[in-house]
Design a protein around this ligand. Structure first.
Ligand code: KIV
Ligand code: ZN
Length: 387
């Protein structure tokens, strides 16, 4: 069966950069954009040009250097936003304007204080205006996750008629369950005229920890673009994590979906974004966390030393990590100690290992983690090498 490509739309430099304290300057953004381009992402959302002169400059400079990816600028459904975005994108080889408006009851009534008819009129006008500048126009229905499906379908149908090429269905508040979000995409596929001529995009936030699950559910139900950020950074609890999406498709080939991202660059990319923003990655973060390939309990270590796949579903080399690590703690067993001792030059016999292990446990009960230099000290202290 032929596999379908899911386009990766990276919004690290727009939604990701909205994280408090994580502002990047243009030089830093240029480095990240060129690395994203090299890594194989399909679309780079470079910023929100009307929001500040700095963002305008970044989008404009990124447009000049990106070689392969589409460069996208965000706007509200406001004529001036679109004019400014078009200007910022003028040097892009493949420019895209991303425009949209809130469609949920909460947005229509409380945020915009208007009517459904007005929302449709503004959405159509924004897409039609963007279309006067670029062929590739993405429309977002903000808070689509909490928008009634029938109205959402109506909005989508109307913006397709105005020329939208991509329909973004954001779960802006991270509220949906995977089944519900998947069903929403399926509903649109089945009820919107012209939907097969456009790309449906998932843009899921992580407020309930389900952003990746929701995006995958969307793709299984027909979406062919996923909006995500490196390390899952973004507003509040963040966005769908790019590295998770890429590895889900890679590790589950029967889904018959793939991306063009070179997964071997994921670890380095994660560090680049984390260092540039000064935002630490939680150690237990999937794929790119410091502990993602670290084993510390005796039972797991014994299994991994015998065969890595016993406790690892991903080969660390596939994401740019050189090897799995066996961490020595008071929970480690003899197999782990023998393995690490061998790495620093001690080939211990069974009798020697028994002696060193007693010494090791005394040490490990005091220290949280036993390091290479500690192993030398423990082996010497156990006076076992004559045994
Ligand atoms: O979360 C959201 O709805 C957004 C849109 C602006 C695409 O970020
Ligand atoms: Zn968002």
């Amino acid at each position: 069966m032929n596999k379908d490509k899911v386009q990766i739309f990276d919004t690290t430099l727009r939604d990701g950069e909205q994280v408090p304290g994580c502002k990047l300057d243009t030089a830093q953004k240029l480095i990240i954009a060129s690395r994203l381009d090299e890594m194989g992402v399909d679309i780079i959302e470079a910023g929100f040009p009307v929001s500040s002169p700095g963002d305008f400059l970044s989008v404009s400079e990124i447009s000049k250097i990106v070689k392969n990816a589409t460069v996208c600028g965000l706007t509200r459904a406001v004529k001036n936003d679109i004019d400014v975005a078009a200007q910022a994108l003028q040097y892009a080889k493949r420019p895209r304007i991303h425009t949209g408006i809130g469609t949920s009851e909460s947005h229509i009534v409380h945020k915009l204080n208007t009517t459904k008819e007005d929302i449709i009129a503004r959405a159509k006008a924004a897409v039609a205006h963007a279309k006067t500048y670029v062929e590739d126009v993405e429309f977002y229905a903000e808070d689509a996750g909490r928008t009634d499906n029938a109205f959402l379908a109506q909005v989508c149908e109307e913006v397709i008629k105005s020329g939208a090429t991509v329909l973004n269905i954001p779960d802006t508040t991270g509220y949906c369950l995977p089944d519900e979000y998947g069903a929403k995409i399926k509903y649109l596929k089945e009820n919107v005229k012209g939907i097969d001529n456009v790309t449906i995009s998932c843009h899921c936030h992580n407020d309930l920890g389900m952003a990746t699950a929701n995006s995958i559910a969307g793709a299984i139900n027909g979406a062919r673009q996923i909006e995500c950020t490196i390390n899952g950074i973004g507003e509040r609890a963040g966005n769908t994590a790019l590295e998770e999406v890429v590895m889900v498709f890679k590790q589950h080939p029967y889904l018959n979906l793939y991306t063009d991202v070179n997964s071997k660059q994921l670890n380095e990319m994660s560090r680049l974004v984390s260092d540039s923003m000064g935002m630490m990655v939680q150690p237990n973060k999937a794929i790119v966390g410091a502990n993602a390939f670290a084993h510390s309990s005796g039972i797991h270590q014994d299994g991994v030393i015998k065969n890595r796949a016993t406790y690892e579903i991903i080969d660390p080399l596939d994401v740019g990590v050189n090897e799995s690590s066996i961490i020595l703690t008071a929970r480690s067993g003899r197999a782990a100690l023998a393995y690490r001792a061998k790495k620093v030059g001690y080939e211990l016999t069974k009798v020697q290992l028994d002696i060193v292990y007693v010494e090791f446990l005394k040490f490990a009960d005091i220290k949280k983690e036993v390091l290479d230099e500690d192993i030398h000290q423990i082996v010497e202290a156990s006076k076992c090498l004559q045994a």
